[in-house]
Design a protein around this ligand. Structure first.
Ligand SMILES: [Zn+2]
Ligand SMILES: [Zn+2]
Ligand SMILES: [Zn+2]
Length: 554
């Protein structure tokens, strides 16, 4: 029985037996809305999943794949204070079926990413730039409709944003949290589904007209302009899409039903099939492949990317292992590819085998997650801890990476949390401190601006500002000789970290009684006297915007 999504089913609890735990992203990303759940089920039946963006090494692009005058697109950007930025080029490839899980992204992304894989891409040898632009536009139509409309149907949002639709550029931690509880029936679901469907149909229509008129026909909706996105994609990816490697990739790795469409009509039809599934509850076919197909496809595309920068006799060797991956998608082919590539690496100047096989998911007998890249991330988020780990670095990172799950926390916080459990002590305290500094809570503009006015009413409840994080450490943090923080003497320390309007983080050391009062206020609002704060303390805390009247937080 094909699993069906029906518009009438919005608000129904998602089925927990759906296997959403195998999708490489938090389960909550697929239980937030009926549309996201439908994508999750289809992805599951297709064996499709997300790689972990921070565990995956982006290979340097072959120079001749770069459009002229855009050398900036070639080298992927590195870690900055514990954040690994995406490069638009390196991340969005419609011909890569696996999704990307980025821990810094909001929950909406996972279904968007896997929707891309399910829809697939259109490509043919010798295609014109207009073909590539329209193919990119078609590939983006449903994932974008999912983001802006279909995923909003039944989606629970925070009290401030409920009913308002997608947040566009803003990020709201409370919306993310609200969505975790599952869909709600707010009576607006049908409207979101209809609008999403209408958006896709208008896009398909604009693409149709573009083909007839031989130009790119615009269809704008607010900030959305897929026509111009499609042109940008064709410009950036043109040389790659016209390369010999692209031709080999498609002919070797894509049987029918596996995501490649030989023309725009076929991709259009697939987009419509999936749109009908999400909005009308019609059945849609999963992809005709399994997990191994997508893994060998992915590895094949990475080896082809390496091949694009090679010359001479090495090409034959690479071709042999690429062909085997395509012919026998399974663990043996992956292992054989590793052995053969590792041999090549001893004789030729190539990207390291560790980097090429760091796909961002587990591989048999081979490390599919990059310990080197995660180590650089931890070093950038927690430099003092990294310095102090010294000879333990290799062992600690190998264990951390093996257990580092797909959760939406930045690398420093994930690492510090893991260290507290695996190896509690001064280094875990130091890492916790550094991670909070590297990834502070967002500034609470209201608390910082409004400060202590107006006066609190009699017995009025206050709460901890959302821009403040409380830390209790078992060791003091001192300033080390190299300017990096180091773990100091044992002893309980209570800190409040607050992000200022300028982005800087202020650190307050709290007396134990104030720390206990704030910890209570973080849990539940209360009037200051009832949690043991005296009038002077209350005034100071309010003046700094650390506590706010509870009614501000509605
Ligand atoms: Zn992204
Ligand atoms: Zn997209
Ligand atoms: Zn919100």
């Amino acid at each position: 029985m094909p699993q069906q999504y029906s518009a009438r089913g919005v608000g129904a609890a998602p089925d927990p037996e759906t296997g959403f735990d195998g999708l490489g992203a938090p389960i909550g990303d697929f239980t937030r809305s009926a549309a996201a759940a439908a994508i999750g089920r289809l992805a599951r039946r297709s064996g499709l999943f997300c790689f972990h963006f921070e565990h995956r090494v982006r290979l340097p692009l072959p120079e001749h794949w770069l459009p002229e005058g855009r050398p900036d697109l070639g080298e992927p950007p590195g870690w900055q204070a514990g954040v690994l930025p995406e490069s638009k080029y390196q991340t969005f490839r419609h011909d890569l079926l696996l999704g990307s899980f980025h821990p810094g992204h909001r929950g909406k992304w996972s279904a968007h990413e896997l929707c891309h894989g399910l829809a697939g891409f259109a490509w043919k040898p010798g295609a014109t730039p207009l073909f590539h632009a329209l193919a990119a536009r078609l590939a983006e139509a449903l994932p974008v409709a999912l983001w802006y409309f279909l995923d909003e149907a039944g989606l629970a949002r925070c009290s401030q944003h409920a009913g308002g639709g997608p947040l566009h550029g803003d990020f709201c931690a409370r919306c993310e949290e609200a969505a975790l509880a599952g869909p709600v029936d707010d009576g607006a679901a049908e409207r979101w589904l209809e609008e999403g469907r209408a958006f896709v149909l208008r896009e398909l229509d604009a693409v149709e007209r573009s083909r007839r008129e031989g130009r790119s026909v615009a269809h704008r909706l607010g900030p959305l302009d897929l026509a111009s996105d499609g042109l940008a994609y064709a410009a950036a990816h043109g040389p790659r899409l016209g390369s010999e490697e692209m031709e080999r990739y498609v002919s070797a790795f894509f049987a029918p039903g596996q995501g490649h469409h030989p023309d725009l009509d076929a991709l259009s039809a697939r987009v419509l099939e999936l749109t009908d599934a999400l909005t009308l509850g019609r059945p849609a076919a999963p992809l005709a492949g399994d997990r191994w197909r997508w893994i060998t496809q992915d590895l094949g595309s990475r080896l082809l990317e390496v091949r694009a920068d090679c010359d001479g006799e090495i090409l034959d060797v690479l071709d042999t292992l690429i062909d085997r991956l395509a012919a026998e998608p399974g663990p043996e082919a992956v292992e054989a590819a590793w052995d053969a590539y590792a041999d090549l690496y001893t004789e030729w100047v190539l990207p390291t085998p560790e980097d090429v096989f760091a796909t961002g998911y587990d591989l048999p007998t081979v490390a599919g997650r990059s310990v080197r890249q995660l180590a650089e991330g931890v070093a950038s988020a927690c430099p003092g801890t990294w310095e102090a780990l010294d000879a333990e670095r290799g062992a600690v990172m190998t264990r951390f990476v093996a257990q580092d799950a797909a959760i939406r926390l930045p690398v420093g916080r994930r690492f510090a949390g893991w260290l507290r459990a695996a190896w509690p002590g001064p280094l875990a305290d130091l890492a916790t401190y550094e991670a909070s500094l590297a990834h502070p809570p967002a500034a609470d503009a209201e608390a910082l601006t409004l400060g202590s006015a107006p006066e609190l009413g009699r017995d009025e409840a206050v709460a901890l500002s959302r821009g403040v994080e409380l830390l209790t450490l078992g060791h003091r943090v001192a300033q080390g000789p190299a300017g990096l923080p180091v773990a100091g003497e044992p002893g309980r320390v209570h800190l409040a970290l607050q992000r200022g309007a300028d982005g800087d983080v202020a650190i307050f050391e709290l007396p134990p009684s104030v720390a206990a009062a704030l910890a209570t206020l973080a849990e539940r609002p209360a009037d200051p006297a009832s949690v043991g704060l005296d009038a002077a303390e209350t005034t100071t805390l309010r003046a700094h915007g650390i506590i706010v009247p509870d009614r501000w937080r509605a």
